[in-house]
Design a protein around this ligand. Sequence first.
Ligand code: GLN
Ligand code: ZN
Length: 779
Amino acid sequence: MTSTTAASTAAAAQRATATVHGYPRQGPNRELKKAIEGYWKGRVTPESLRETAADLRRATWKLLADTGVHEVPTGDFSYYDHVLDTTVMVGALPERHRAACEEDALAGYFAMARGTQEAPPLEMTKWFDTNYHYLVPELGPDTVFTANPRKQIAELGEARGLGHTEARPVLLGPISYLLLAKPAPGVDPGFEPLTLLDRLLPVYATVLAELRATGATWVQLDEPALVQDRTPAELNAAERAYRELAAPAAPTERPRILVATYFDRLGEALPVLAKSPVEGLALDFTGPAAANLDDLARAGGLPGKRLVAGVVDGRNVWINDLEASLATLGTLLGLAERVDVAPSCSLLHVPLDISFERGLDPQTMRWLAFARQKTQEVVSLARGLAEGTGAISAQLAARRADLASRAGSSLTRDPAVRARAAAVREADVRRAQPYEQRSEAQRARLKLPPVPTTTVGSFPQTPALRGARADLRAGRIDAAAYDERIAAEIRSVIAFQEEVGLDVLVHGEPERNDMVQYFAEQLSGCLSTQHGWVQSYGTRCVRPPIIAGDVSRPEPMTLRWTTYAQAQTSQPVKGMLTGPVTMLAWSFVRDDQPLGDTARQMALALRDEVRDLEDAGIGVIQVDEPALRETLPLRSAARSGYLAWATDAFRLATSGVRADTQIHTHMCYAEFGDIVAAISDLDADVISLEAARSHMQVARELAAVGYPREAGPGVYDIHSPRVPSVEEAGALLREGLAALGASRLWANPDCGLKTRGWPEVRAALANVVAAARGVRLAG
Ligand code: GLN
Ligand code: ZN
């Protein structure tokens, strides 16, 4: 090391501080959710909602500052979604909501999020590969942007007023904002929002200048879209955006700019940002993004810039290996002017505080870090970096012990599970008979008409069912009384299906609160929390299970209610399981082994369940994989590896059955284009898919890849209370018929019916059955 590098390394270390990109918004008792939902019902005044929100922000900043965070984030708070906040900030309100927004900004904001009788909401979709959903901006060639930095200015002012003078506003950057947008309704679907960049940049420049005037030294612009495969034109746009926003360079006219990326390596966009005149970059160094370390060294580092190093995984729940992180940070010191420490991304994606949990084994709790603990970790790491490891030797020693406890625990290493997973052979992931033989055996056994009718699994989760669960939890009824309510529901769901004329029945899933949690609660190796809430969208929060150890199934999980349902009818009842990939996608997964290994263990547990159902006489078994598309890696280079283990896991779960047992699967979330080949590789006998809104697009896509088995593209859009008419469902079925033929087409809804009401469900299913009969007669 030359003496100048040594000197600058020492300077970089000396100034290392801790920061975070964002914090959970809901509060320790989900105060925000309650206040917003109260406001929607007219029970909470706008003033009182604003007060609750300000109290929560104040408490978060205080907690962060008290923990030792130097620059607290502002503007990351949101009543609903930060992408919607950005839409408001740049004035890109959809025409249909503009008047409402002008009349009452708060009411208009929620109207865009939730829709009104007159104006549908913005579309909602997943935020990259997380389980957070954002509201998709709608843009077109006529979009006019205007700067409306009120929220950002107010929150910065609030933080500064409370003494957080180094507060750093966090905004969604212009490139990601445009790349996350879609053409507005009525606009040419080929319209590319990125062509609006020149119009958008002046608005961002105004917002930056105003934040500077309010006292911001640094402003963070998040550009997670840059970690995906990007075209040269998109990279050019990023280059231009940051060249323009970072000029003029005069520190009095604009704040310093920190561009943040996360969720994967920056790849080709790294040299673009490194060469740009922005003053700092925040990079993710966890998971697949750990490749940023080598990439950065190869690119010659970030001379003259600040690097905010995301070494603590911001989207999973495990304690950090502090010593490994310090080693990474040590390497990074030589690569930038100044290095600060942060979680990899906003802490929005993890629960608030592990110390709220009462029911977890203390031995296991030691391994877990939620937002508050992750904040402590980045503070310790910054201190270790600035003052030397001696300054945090006690934390390091304790951490070593915690990590050793996790690695050596019988929960994380169950020899029987490991031996079984290691013994899996190629033959275990293949059905013993080719499809033609299976199909013949299934036809002989099930004797279904052409275009058979079925549903995807759940029937309405009525207030009475939710009430029964609440009664059981509160001890108002005992387990036997609860079970009787479930049994009664199953009897009535079966009777209804017989009456309406469905061919393959389901038990309706009344006993399941959630399709992942229900199984996680019964599997060894999975933990459930009491307070581990994470925002899914708006005020909807979920408590994902934590897959902490080797997974196995101590007892059958679905046998009792499935066989109970089958005993009520002579028609086939379809068993209903959640697939291995979806179990992982909607949980926090262990980070100490490849995901494919965890998926294999999960698959083996499900394989046993499938076998038990088969042995009990269940002839049709559905294994749902709605999340198969969701966890597709952000970068295409990693996709084939993912799809290989994901399809293997599904097949391992389902291929241990006889020829005459019919395996179904189900997927939703409209676009399947890039995974149809993988869907076909699952080798399920029948697959039901969401398709009603896309006019059976997926049926044609399946036909195009030569999909040889049966499929039920949905003919009833269950996301809407609308009842499809017989004609509508029939028209969709005829499109399906044209693509797949009568011997391979099923008639079913797009997804489960749990969010719908009984009157609509009754009418809609009657129409689906009538439409299928019509198509049979005509064929
Ligand atoms: N079987 C599940 C249900 O019907 C499937 C849900 C889903 O695909 N998200 O509820
Ligand atoms: Zn679905």
